[in-house]
Every structure is written in C-alpha cells, then in structure tokens.
Design a protein around this ligand. Structure first.
Ligand code: SAH
Length: 244
C-alpha cells in the first residue's frame, strides 16, 4: 500500500491533516472517502494508520487509529556518493537506491564526469524523485539528496562513516565482504561510485592515501547506474535488513 508523507506539524492530538496535492490524489485518483483507512508517515520513521473523518477539496482530516515505528527502515544508514552521470541515469539511480533503502545521496563532481551540473533546480528535482520513490516503496523516511560535492568533501564523508569503501574496477585482491564484516555492527555505511568514465588515477590515489579501502566487485565491469544498486543490495544483505 502506498504511503503519504505528511509534515510533522500536521499531526496533533490524535488527528492528522492532509493538505496540498495529496488531497486530490487520495480522493479523486484513489477514490477514498470518509471512513476509509490509509497509511501516512511523518518521513521520520513513524507510520500512522488513519481513518478519514472529513474531506473537502483543500484538506482531509483523519483520526489516528494506530501509530508505530516504520518497519521499512534498516538500523543501518547507507550513504551513496555518486559520481554524476549523464542526465536520466541519475534519476534512475535515485529511484532504484531509494527502493533498496538508501538514506542519503551526494552527487559528486569528479574529473571524468561528462555531465555538468549547471541547473540550480536539479537537486530539488532529484529530491522529488526520491520522495515519489519513497512513497511508492513504503519507506519510512525520504532519502536526502544533497547539493553536489567535490572529491575532498566525499573523502571527508567516507572517513566519518562507521564503514566506508570505494569500488574500483582495477582494484586487485580487495573485496567487499571482509570490509563489511570487519566493521562489526556499524550505524552508517558510505561508498563512492565513479561516473561513466570511472575514476582517474589521482582520485584513486587520494582515496587510498586517506586510508579508505578500494575494493573490487568482481571481474565484470558494471555500469555506473548498476554499481550503486548492486553494492547497496550487498550491503543490506550482509549487514543491513535484507537477511531476516
Ligand atoms: N572506467 C570504466 C567504467 C567505470 S564503471 C570503463 O569505462 O570501463 C563506473 C563505476 O562503477 C566505477 O568507477 C566503479 O566505482 C564501479 N565499478 C564498476 N565495475 C566495477 C568492478 N568490477 N569492481 C569495482 N567497481 C566497479
């Protein structure tokens, strides 16, 4: 069942107020009416089962029947730092990694990025894609899409995370599983994926010198839009919540 994200301030005293675009979606598209039950979420990991008690064209008022922690969030927060790919690929990456449980995404401008970020509205648009995907997949939070960063900031974020690594197709003899298992029960995991053209040697040297493990994902070369999803699935399976 799809969820509706409601701002925290619209929830008070056992009632929940739905306003804006969701009103017509719920009443006209989904044809819900007074007495029907739906699920709403505050985007901070709390789900509310509610019953519609008043409907007009500007707002829906609901009575809260049940309130519980969203069961779609892992205790592990995963951060993807993504070398900016060409246009539509970033949309795809945001959508798919949101479905798979990502918490934050930083677009990263690297030397071999072909796409230039010259549109200030891009982050806003990407955030909307994350919101839609979060709604569709029943997430308890909306992943945060940050403003684009450069390599130094990326290294900073990786270093601050409990477990961090960088997949690199030329890495030899270093793999993901031992890196993840050495971390125990980390609260945050972060990784950086190169753009279509991959990393240049200087970037990889900088990353290695900062002590972040550079790992192989096997002998097959994955496209940039495949790599993030594949890695996120592996991380969620090994140390997140896709393992019962
Ligand atoms: N430079 C390469 C492709 C880059 S693939 C080329 O043009 O052939 C994009 C990104 O996916 C890489 O920078 C890396 O982060 C990740 N990646 C893809 N395949 C990988 C593999 N087999 N091992 C580790 N990382 C990989």
């Amino acid at each position: 069942m799809s969820k509706f994200f409601i701002p925290r301030e619209n929830i008070e005293d056992g009632r929940l107020y739905i306003r804006g675009g969701d009103v017509s979606h719920i009443t006209r598209v989904l044809r819900h009416n007074i007495g029907d039950e739906i699920v709403c979420c505050d985007g901070m990991g709390n789900d509310y089962k509610v019953k519609l008690s008043h409907v007009d064209k500007n707002q829906i008022i609901c009575d809260i029947i049940e309130h519980k922690k969203s069961d779609t969030e892992s205790d592990l927060r995963v951060i993807l730092i993504q070398g900016v790919p060409k246009a539509a690929k970033m949309d795809y990456i945001i959508q798919k990694t949101t479905e798979l449980g990502i918490s934050e995404i930083y677009p990263c401008e690297l030397s071999r990025c072909v796409a230039k970020i010259n549109d200030a509205k891009k982050t806003e648009r990407w955030q909307k894609i994350a919101r839609e995907a979060a709604k569709q997949s029943g997430r308890g939070i909306i992943p945060v899409i940050h403003e684009p960063i450069k390599i130094d900031k990326a290294i900073d974020i990786l270093k601050k995370s409990d477990v961090a690594f960088v997949p690199y197709e030329c890495a030899e003899g270093s793999y993901l599983k031992p890196v993840l298992h050495a971390a125990g029960s980390p609260g945050t995991a972060a990784f950086l994926i190169g753009p279509e053209g991959g990393f240049d040697k200087q970037e990889i040297n900088k990353i290695s010198e900062s002590g972040i493990p550079v790992i192989s994902l096997g002998n097959r070369i994955l496209r940039t839009e495949t790599a993030g999803e594949a890695v996120l699935s592996m991380v969620m399976y090994e140390i997140g919540d896709i393992n019962g």
